[in-house]
Ligand binder design. Structure first.
Ligand code: ASP
Length: 582
């Protein structure tokens, strides 16, 4: 694209040997300065497209990060000084005119990609940090992803509808950020955890296919893949079921992936939630590598070994683990598993003895020959492998081995390709609250699986087995997003509220407007939302979403650049009817 302006003819990184002989004007930041003989300096001039070497008369005071406009003739570099690693490495500009547009303080940290800089310092001076090639690349990937998603949704007839930022509390289950009302002291708006209720109202309103690239806010502890505020592609459609939603979303994701990687993903396999938990110990399995959890409960059904007398025994096999792990590392793994809640971690080496493959060391001596053989064969273990077993309650076994699997085998974020995976048939409820009522696994508007409606009637323990029509999209072990077929009938919705222990009065107070709307003719509808920050991070090969957000908060939720959050003055507080203990 031609990015020339009234101030520049070319971008720094766009010049090459085809420009030799032309007079050009480039603008940018002084990246590096090297003295060259007595009267000349080499300046590497940088803009977002790259750097170009410029030869300038040494009388000019051009320092690091000065903003300058340089005019001169492009010429071939002497062969011995050409730099094949640089796009512009064959040429340089012999500068005849220099205009300093802005002088600059020395930068707070070096802008090369090699120096590790403390994140708080990077964020304090984010405007300098953004000049780095890595950040420029990430911001541009993000912009491409956003436009590809928009194109992808609009080509399927989705209409972008903007929903309010100031609203009543939404049901996503996290803590709300709230905004005090000046007109009604003591009352608060909530910032949207998602546009969930509005998009369902859009369906009642006949919009048919809604989407929005929506900012969502949740007051939760921050992690590498979580910020207080984040962007979602939020979508909802009428007269559709789960399969339709998979089609819509896979299309948008494929567009976004292709525009960044050049390769269009065609494979969006499915796994049931139960299978994912049993085989990977996680509802967001990273399927870039094997090391699946293997069921060993039947092997130990009548075991004499006390450690394996438990409702559930599962194991994983780490190929080549015998050489890869030292005794100290194994001891550390045992401790880690105990921290994750296991009573212990049984480990054994697979070795060859008297020309047969057997288990050795660790707890091997407690196993009968038949048990050893059965473990080796179930795990498909070979000589030199290490096997790890956990025996306990089933939930705990899955949880601990799922984490251990990641600890031992997970590839770095930018390796192993992109593996999308739909996780389907989530349970409707996840666990029970202190008062015994079940907790919704997704949100209270999720339609139960049609085959499990009877279990809902039975109630009690049977509720744990009720499946929902909720689904997640997972990419390389990251949860990209969630969605569900919604309840559009008042009777089922009331039944769910009753199950959840939400009294009719409370339901009316919290979600009355939605229930009322359903009374005026609600189409069957379903939807989905996925995190754009997470998608962009994985497409850019970044392990932390902060690297793909222009102005993120630190892990503790602060913005070192603007100093948010910050106190407000007492007059402002009074106006809002607030008193803050000092
Ligand atoms: N509102 C849900 C969420 O943000 C997504 C959905 O069900 O569409 O997780």
């Amino acid at each position: 694209m031609d990015l020339s302006t009234s101030m520049r003819t070319h971008m720094c990184g766009s010049l090459d040997s085809s420009d030799i002989g032309s007079v050009v004007t480039v603008c940018g930041w002084v990246d590096r300065r090297r003295e060259h003989g007595e009267h000349l300096v080499f300046i590497d001039l940088r803009d977002h497209s790259g750097v170009v070497q410029c030869v300038v008369d040494g009388s000019h005071d051009l320092r690091s990060e000065y903003v300058v406009q340089l005019t001169g003739e492009v010429r071939r570099r002497p062969t011995d000084t050409a730099n094949p690693d640089l796009a512009t490495g064959e040429i340089e500009i012999e500068v005849s005119e220099v205009e300093v547009l802005s002088i600059a303080e020395p930068p707070p940290f070096p802008l090369d990609e090699r120096t590790e800089v403390d994140e708080t310092i990077r964020l304090r001076h984010r405007y300098v940090d953004l000049r780095k090639a890595r950040m420029q690349r990430n911001l541009r990937i993000r912009s491409q992803v956003n436009s590809a998603i928009r194109r992808g949704m609009e080509s399927q007839g989705f209409v972008e509808v903007e929903t309010p930022m100031l609203m009543a509390s939404s049901p996503e289950g996290a803590r709300d950020f709230v905004v005090p009302s000046r007109k009604e002291p003591g009352s608060f708006y909530a910032l949207p955890q998602s546009p969930q209720l509005y998009k369902q109202l859009c369906m009642v309103g006949g919009v048919d296919r809604y989407y929005q690239i929506a900012r969502c806010l949740r007051d939760e502890d921050l992690r590498a893949d979580r910020q207080f505020e984040f962007m979602q592609l939020d979508a909802e459609a009428s007269f559709v079921g789960q399969e339709d939603v998979f089609g819509f979303i896979s299309h948008a994701i494929a567009e976004a992936t292709e525009v960044v990687t050049g390769v269009r993903p065609t494979d969006f396999p499915r796994i049931s939630w139960l299978d994912a938990m049993e085989r990977y110990g996680s509802d967001k399995p990273d399927v870039r590598f094997g090391m699946e959890l293997v069921e060993l409960t039947p092997v130990f059904a009548r075991t004499e070994a006390r450690v394996f007398q438990a409702p559930c025994v599962k194991g994983i096999c780490m190929p080549g683990g015998v050489d890869a792990l030292s005794r100290n590392q194994i001891d550390a793994l045992v401790e880690t598993c105990q921290r994750w809640g296991a009573k212990g971690l049984a480990w054994m080496k697979v070795v060859e003895r008297d020309s047969s493959v057997v288990l050795d060391a660790g707890v091997a001596k407690f196993l009968t020959a038949e048990e050893s053989t059965a473990v080796i064969s179930a795990l498909g273990a070979g000589v030199g492998d290490m096997v790890f077993l956990v025996a306990d309650d089933r939930r705990l076994v899955r949880h601990v081995l799922g984490l251990l699997r990641l600890e031992l085998g997970r590839p770095p974020v930018n390796e192993g390709g992109l593996h999308y995976l739909w996780v389907v048939d989530f349970p409707l409820f996840e666990g029970f609250a202190d008062d015994g009522s079940p907790l919704p696994a997704h949100h209270p508007f999720t339609m139960p699986h049609p085959d499990d409606l009877e279990l809902l009637e039975i109630g009690g323990d049977a509720l744990a087995d009720v499946r929902s029509q909720a689904y997640d999209l997972v990419l390389n072990g990251w949860e990209l997003g969630s969605g569900s077929v919604r309840i559009h009938r008042r009777d089922i919705q009331n039944q769910i509220f009753t199950c959840l222990g939400i009294e009719p009065a409370e339901a009316q107070r919290k979600f009355g407007f939605l229930l009322d709307a359903f009374g005026y003719g609600a189409p069957p509808h379903a939807g989905f939302a996925f995190g754009i920050d997470r998608l962009v991070a994985l497409l850019a090969g970044e392990a932390n979403i902060r690297e793909v957000i222009a102005f993120p908060k630190t892990q503790s939720g602060a913005d070192p650049l603007t100093n948010a959050p910050s106190p407000i003055d007492s007059a402002h507080l009074t106006e809002l009817g607030l008193r803050v203990p000092r």
